[in-house]
Ligand binder design. Structure first.
Ligand SMILES: CCCCCCCCCCCCC[C@@H](O)CC(=O)SCCNC(=O)CCNC(=O)[C@H](O)C(C)(C)COP(=O)(O)OP(=O)(O)OC[C@H]1O[C@@H](n2cnc3c(N)ncnc32)[C@H](O)[C@@H]1OP(=O)(O)O
Length: 240
């Protein structure tokens, strides 16, 4: 069920708009320009690779360093929310960022046989289009020169891209399961000196199941933002 404005499941913090300090504005402008540039570099690299090689095989390997760097750098977004320079809940941002970190480091980086799957291209493309739009939106917004088409793209593209990205991510994890089962990677069997067991295969299945309650929360958060920004709907303010 969609979280309503009043329920507390993954509640947004709607505080009264306080102007950002010059330092925070400067930092966020730098951060957003860097991230826009990073994802643009990725986009160009992916287009060039596809144009030259005419296959998706090897695409991930050719862009992995840039992807890992910029997606890991996005951990700062959780800090931005935590220190209050960005008006989004730590929880919403945390789930989004951590799920990407998990995909990048614990799935694609770790499970080599899946790196050439088509599903990887699916989420790489959706992530890239989304992030170029999102970070350029924040940059222009901070500079008070926001072109309408960027605002429109920020709050419309996700309607299609979010589900496509999720399908790509889930298919990739699903495709990784047999390799994880066979290799027993990241798993700890009893008996061992710590007397604990951990099964990475089961962990991946739990992560896949976790998409069922968590993804709708993110999607409805974005729909709510869309109503607020594009249609000027007033969202009930909550004070901490
Ligand atoms: C460890 C194991 C974890 C396992 C988890 C398992 C399940 C997880 C399920 C999750 C599924 C995720 C799938 C996903 O990865 C697939 C894709 O992404 S596909 C591509 C499409 N995706 C998207 O469109 C979403 C992109 N992401 C986001 O938009 C954000 O990350 C999100 C947190 C979801 C929403 O962003 P936000 O809440 O910030 O919304 P707004 O952009 O409207 O901004 C709100 C206000 O904050 C200001 N803001 C935010 N960031 C900045 C910034 N960097 N600089 C400046 N200002 C910023 C923004 O301007 C707004 O301010 P105001 O309201 O005052 O205008």
């Amino acid at each position: 069920m969609a979280p309503s404005e009043e329920d507390g499941s993954m509640e947004e913090k709607e505080t009264k708009k306080k102007p950002l300090s010059p330092f925070a504005t400067a930092w966020l402008t730098f951060y957003n320009i860097t991230m826009t540039a990073g994802w643009l570099v990725l986009a160009v690299a992916m287009i060039r690779f596809s144009y030259q090689k005419r296959t998706h095989k090897g695409l991930y390997r050719s862009i992995q360093k840039t992807l890992k760097f910029f997606q890991t750098f996005a951990l700062l977004e959780i800090i931005h929310c935590a220190v209050g320079i960005v008006r989004t809940s730590v929880l919403v941002t945390g789930v989004q960022v951590m799920s990407r970190i998990f995909m990048v480091w614990f799935v694609i980086h770790s499970i080599r046989p899946i790196q050439n799957e088509e599903s990887v291209v699916l989420f790489l493309v959706t992530w890239t289009v989304t992030e170029i739009t999102r970070y350029s939106f924040y940059t222009f917004n901070l500079l008070n020169h926001l072109p309408y088409f960027i605002k429109w793209a920020r709050y419309n593209f996700f309607i299609i891209l979010y589900p496509i990205g999720v399908v790509g991510e889930l298919l990739t994890i699903y495709g990784a399961l047999p390799f994880v089962k066979k290799s027993g990677m990241y798993s700890l069997r009893l008996p061992n000196k710590f007397n604990v067991s951990f099964d990475y295969y089961t962990c991946l299945i739990i992560v896949m199941i976790a998409y069922i309650p968590l993804f709708p929360q993110l999607y409805f958060h974005m729909l709510r933002q869309r109503r607020k920004v594009l249609h000027g709907e007033v969202i009930k303010e909550k004070e901490d």
